[in-house]
Design a protein around this ligand. Sequence first.
Ligand code: MG
Length: 286
Amino acid sequence: MAPNDQQDPMLPVSPPATSHQTHHNMWDLTARRAGQCGCFFDFDGTLAPIGDDPEAVAPVPGTLDALGLLADRVKRVVIVSARPVDFLRRQLGGVPLLSFFGLYGLEWQTGSEPVRTHPEAEPYQSIMKGLAAEADQELPAEVLVEYKRLSVALHYRMAPHLRTQIEQWAAGRGERHQLRVQAGRMVVELKPPIGRDKGSVVAEQIRDLSCAWYFGDDLSDLRAFAALDARQSADPSFLGVRVSVANAESGHALRPVADLCLDAPERVPGFLTDMVTVLAPRAVTP
Ligand SMILES: [Mg+2]
């Protein structure tokens, strides 16, 4: 059961910390700009509840239908996640018209095109395969080693007391192979040292848009929020809406810099369905 289940799922942060838009203008502008609007979503903790087994995590019922409706109304619906594209497609691939940016944008897939790999990340495939095998052999069995082709994630959700040991192991391997070491929620990830993150993906994907919404729950989503901030600073007519999705683990971590807060991933499908009803009649208005 989601925490605070009785709260208003569309509770605005008042006053919005970073937006120049009022709550009313936010909806009005989005409706009028639907054809130039992009909607961006993190996956874990945003469209799907966090679970002990990362492979068993699945989107909240109703999410696929809601994303499908939204994709018919706005210019672009994009999933931006730490997960591989293959995983995201397994979970959400039934929705037509989605774009997937996996591994923080090291790989991506649009429509029926093949998965593309960031050229600077290609050489790291063999290193990551070796690291995953080493982690499996050297770390305690409670650590879940997730091999993601271009990165390796070490999950210690089942054994939080191992955190220091895992962080030290990751730091050592990171130094040896000149990798980036990124800590997340109950996870440490070894990544290629490439300047690619959710922020750079969103900055690139909003260039041809006049409106963008980003839904996220975790610290890595702050970079995406910042990409909206930067675009809005450069172009005050641009509408960026930052939506924080709370959950049992992160709580309202992004709330201080969000324009809207939803209380749980379970709130997202209903919110998007409401959003579609706002967009549908106005999208055809000149
Ligand atoms: Mg997340």
